[in-house]
Ligand binder design. Sequence first.
Ligand SMILES: Cc1cc2nc3c(=O)[nH]c(=O)nc-3n(C[C@H](O)[C@H](O)[C@H](O)COP(=O)(O)OP(=O)(O)OC[C@H]3O[C@@H](n4cnc5c(N)ncnc54)[C@H](O)[C@@H]3O)c2cc1C
Length: 500
Amino acid sequence: MTTIEAGTDAATIRTETTDVLVVGAGISGIGAAYHLQQQCPDKRFIVLETQPGFGGTWRTHTYPGIRSDSDLYTFGYRFKPWTSAPIASAAEILRYLGEVIDEHDLATHIRYQHRIEAASWSSEDKRWTLDVVRTDTGERLRFHTAFLWMCQGYYRHSQGYTPDWPGMDRFGGTIVHPQTWPDDLDVTGKRVVVIGSGATAATLVPAIAERCSHVTMLQRSPTFFITGRNAIDLADQLRELDIDEEWIHEIVRRRILKDQAEFTRRSFEEPEQVRQELLGGVRHFLGDDFDVDMHFNPRYRPWRQRIAFIPDGDLFQGIADGKASVVTDEIDTFTEAGILLRSGTELEADVIVTATGFDLSVMGDIRFTVDGEPLDFAATVGYHGTMFTGVPNLAWVFGYFRASWTLRADMIGDFVCRLLNHMDERGATVVTPQLRPHERDMALLPWVDPENFNPGYLMRSLHLLPKQGDHAPWQHTQDYWSERKVFPLIDLDDSALHYD
Ligand SMILES: Cc1cc2nc3c(=O)[nH]c(=O)nc-3n(C[C@H](O)[C@H](O)[C@H](O)COP(=O)(O)OP(=O)(O)OC[C@H]3O[C@@H](n4cnc5c(N)ncnc54)[C@H](O)[C@@H]3O)c2cc1C
């Protein structure tokens, strides 16, 4: 329903009203739209997206070689089979998402180039009001919605995180962040230094190694990688037997999830053995003369940070062939010609790529208020890591680190739809999680336990994120294998949920 409303400055503001408003058209937002359509067919919904197209992460990142670091059988939705090699390029992921939109007629629900700037809840009106700007025309719009489904991801899409190193302004070459990779950047014949040791650096280095005169991966400290073929034998065998793709998808998902559960268990119970296995995978490509300990043996226990999959060991092959190299050192200063390291070595470069991660953005940089009071999500406690104390009618999809993000997006999809249907059955229009009287003094913990998982972008911004409690339903366990049992059984009449 669209209406024209008088704005405060006497201009008219086009206003639309809907039942559920989904923020973001990435994997989570498209999934939310699908689940709403399937499970809440009577609900009106709109998806608002800042960018000019769908895909989120997979549209934003355009650096050479951009690909997933987890398999698409589990990173894909449970409802749409993945039929290709498990590690996929951004283009393949965008194609898959485009098919979901087409197959389910979701396009009519999505509004691109709509940036949400503010969201205010009114207890009197029992709804959210969103202040939105069209990024193409500058027009200001307003949306009213009963329920807000936050699928905005966890980092700022407009720019990545680059530390402030001394001397950056005197470097004579080009400095780029992979998140804002220029279309016209040609690295052919250039000396390139990629700063970073995560999945992005590990993807970028082999992708440009052939073209550059040389590419160096410069890391402060090593990261774990896992190597293997970009294929799943079980999927190939089932295909040979002409098994339906729906079946293959489900069987292969179960296989992968069982193997991952076992790997996670072992990384806690026998971390040294897992460490040696991972290092063995690297040695297989680099040989015994290469200092694997120095460059690929992290100080932390396996799984404390995401372990990127390196298909066919391409990063290590590039190093073994001499087209790429890895340097483990600290930056002293940028110079006119490159980077001077603490060891005294200077790395000369024409292009420096800062693959140094993301800027965490809590709730899409939207200014939130509840009944006129600014809302600080860091002062709230998560309910099953998806809703927040004192925040009515709002859920956030925050996926897994150790398992694919989408597993949780699908799970929260079922939960939100079940909750919306339950509210209709109860005749309730508002649901708000609240700590119970005996929980007011509950110990509050960070959103993610740093002992358990501690990547840089999270550690830099942990203070901005909601808290978790020390018992259910206030924990955010990041454990797919327990949550898959817990989520379908969440008691919606639990005294922690207040209905109005
Ligand atoms: C390079 C890279 C590779 C990754 N690989 C994997 C992988 O292999 N496996 C895995 O599990 N995870 C991976 N991740 C994590 C990944 O981000 C998530 O898995 C997933 O893509 C997140 O989807 P999303 O829809 O929740 O969020 P996003 O992809 O971040 O999309 C959020 C969308 O919301 C929009 N938005 C944000 N704020 C607003 C606003 N105020 N108004 C309107 N729209 C807004 C954004 O423009 C964006 O399009 C990777 C991340 C990166 C950066």
